[in-house]
Design a protein around this ligand. Structure first.
Ligand code: URA
Length: 253
């Protein structure tokens, strides 16, 4: 029987042969990834969920945006899992908080600090938001072969881009309540590499469901040196992280 989905606008028939779902946050990034697939076809475009499908080196790949943040990412992964998808590769951007990481670098998170809310609806906070080990290995193999500079470690996922990431350039210029400011400093001391907004939800969900998820994150900014990336850095980093994700596909066993 063909299964349908509530939000993402796909059915099980359309994704039955998919080996991996590439999940950027941004709907606009979907065609930018799909342009490298053979026989790429648009599938659906509903709310924040834009999807296309095609072949990459013999594997059928679904590219679908999750929207920004844990709640919309959780819906996307939940419905894809119900339709039969078992492997998820997030392609995203991130803000580094360690001095040695430069804009344009790639981060491969092994786990995420659960500063989101959505993952707490899926598993208690004691449960780790951990990436799939074999997928992380596949990403590292791909990046190693291409000699792409990358950092492997823990990222933090926040529900908010401004307050939760202790940004000084928000509406209330520099005001972040004490708990958020303290956490940001604590994350730096605890060797967390960067902030982003979806990994904790997706990693918790997939680990708890027995599915596989990992991520490649392009660094847009080093938060210790600035708040805002240049257009050139955004474009170059986006291209680089897309290529990193594609290079990983043939390495997935
Ligand atoms: N995405 C985030 O969530 N934070 C950043 O600083 C950059 C990208």
């Amino acid at each position: 029987m063909v299964k349908t989905s509530f939000h993402i606008g796909l059915n099980s028939d359309q994704v039955k042969d998919v080996s991996v779902a590439i999940i950027p946050g941004d709907p606009g990034r979907v065609p930018k990834i799909a342009q490298y697939l053979e026989n790429a076809e648009p599938l659906a475009n509903h709310r924040e969920y834009n999807s296309m499908k095609g072949q990459y080196q013999g594997q059928t790949v679904l590219v679908i945006s999750t929207g920004i943040g844990g709640p919309s990412a959780a819906i996307c992964v939940e419905e894809l899992a119900m339709l039969g998808i078992r492997r998820f590769l997030r392609v995203g951007t991130t803000g580094a908080i360690q001095d040695h990481i430069e804009p344009g670098d790639i981060i491969v998170p092994t786990a995420a600090v659960r500063m989101d809310g959505a993952s707490t609806h899926i598993a208690p906070l004691a449960f780790p938001a951990v990436a799939d080990f074999t997928m992380v290995q596949a990403i590292r193999e791909a990046l190693g072969e291409k000699q792409v500079k990358h950092h492997v470690g823990i990222c933090a996922s926040s529900d908010t881009f401004y307050q939760g990431q202790s940004r000084g350039d928000s509406f209330k210029k520099g005001f972040v309540h004490q708990e958020m400011a303290r956490r940001f400093e604590e994350m730096k001391q605890l060797n967390v590499l960067s902030f982003e907004m979806e990994c904790a939800t997706v990693f918790t969900q997939c680990a708890a469901y027995g599915l596989a998820a990992a991520a490649v994150l392009g660094v847009l900014v080093n938060r210790n040196r600035g708040e805002f990336p240049s257009e050139a850095v955004i474009k170059a980093t986006e291209d680089k992280v897309i290529q990193a994700a594609l290079a990983t596909i043939p390495k997935l066993k």
